[in-house]
Design a protein around this ligand. Sequence first.
Ligand code: KIV
Ligand code: ZN
Length: 513
Amino acid sequence: MSDKLIIFDTTLRDGEQSPGASMTRDEKLRIARQLERMRVDVIEAGFAASSNGDFDAVHAIALAVRESTVCSLARANDRDITRAAQALEGAARARIHTFIATSELHMEKKLRMTRAQVLEQATQSVRFARNLCADVEFSPEDGYRSDPEFLCQVLEAVIREGATTINIPDTVGYAIPELYGEFIRDLRQRIPNSDKAIWSVHCHNDLGMAVANSLAGVMIGGARQVECTINGLGERAGNCSLEEVVMAVRTRRDYFGLDLGIDATQIVPASRMVSQTTGFVVQPNKAVVGANAFAHASGIHQDGVLKARDTYEIMRAEDVGWSANKIVLGKLSGRNAFKQRLQQLGAEMESEAEVNAAFARFKDLADRKSEIYDEDILALISDESVTPEQEHYRLLSLSQQSETGERPHARVAFAAGGQEHHTESDGNGPVDASLKAIESQLATGAELMLYSVNAITSGSTESQGEVTVRLQLGGRIVNGVGADPDIVVASAKAYLAALNKLHSKAERVAAQG
Ligand code: KIV
Ligand code: ZN
């Protein structure tokens, strides 16, 4: 059995399914480039048949990424598989990932299909996909809750049809590490042609065991591919977290004995990029990528670490890409230095016009903030990646008054579809007053589900505030992110960014609907 563990990243597909985490084509492209830089083996770029937007994103990633395999999800039907193959045209390495549910519950209640029909559709779909692509992955959705007898029948048949990877999803996060590992081991032992495919794990985190289950699938079950997402992003409690799996396998190589192709120093930049793009903030005590993951607060620990690092540290912060906040640019930095830093951050822009626009924003920020960090630049280009069509609403100016004992009041000017609006309101605080002012003018009726504010660079009140606003309207949930040294302005930007997403009518088919 191979000693290489394949890392299959599904941040752009399963991660993006998390309500509010949807990304634009350009945002996905930027993250895909970062995943390639991290040397992820397989990037699941999206679900091409779900919407035209997703098709375009998968296609753009297929053309841009040369080192990693680019994969598209497809339901087990000819139309989805054809769309996936079309979107992957031009890829250096392409994979079609097709799936159909195999648990009694899903077959009866969701698909309304018999076992024989599911078996036939799975077999026929893998045959069809193999005619379009040499690399085909098959997933029995809700596989872990499926009858092993039936699963063996389906998996043996799809391997016969040429499936090169067999993935066993724990779709609802129900598994227990030992049982999940044994489940996969038993399938591999019972299926006569199991050695013709690479086995893969795909775990959801509903019981907080996605990483443990995935690693048990590897060690007990013999899987050699782990499906995971940056920051564990994903629906409900999320997916298995890439950074935790990678660092567990790397740090405990004595136990796992497996090789990884990953450049771990790209983990923290990837984590920041995903968090800034989606507005899903990383909890401070999150393993590997949380702000406190390497911070030693207790005196005893600090003393120990100063004397000998390994007294309390099992990994080095710099090995996963943490660097002390570095002042990278300032007011006097020129366009070339700015452009070079963008390249070093993996944030190349497609046109000189985009670089110019981002540079103008940078100069504007540098006028108000003397020290500019990498995180500031990443936030700036997140703003910049919004196209004019996506920016229906744009903040023009904001002023607010707040004083102890007085009710705060805000005046906001913003553009909506090119038309200027001036509005004002009071509120419980300046943020409340500003958002109320915008809402009183637009009357969108959107419900505010989450408001959070974080310092982009830690440890200083000079940091920019990064605000996430989550809105719900008519069953759609979106996140908007805004950054500014003034958190009231950042809040108004975040609110308008969320409204822009609601304004874009892009609808998609749910993968597991
Ligand atoms: O969780 C799941 O079952 C999935 C499949 C579509 C692979 O994401
Ligand atoms: Zn999933």
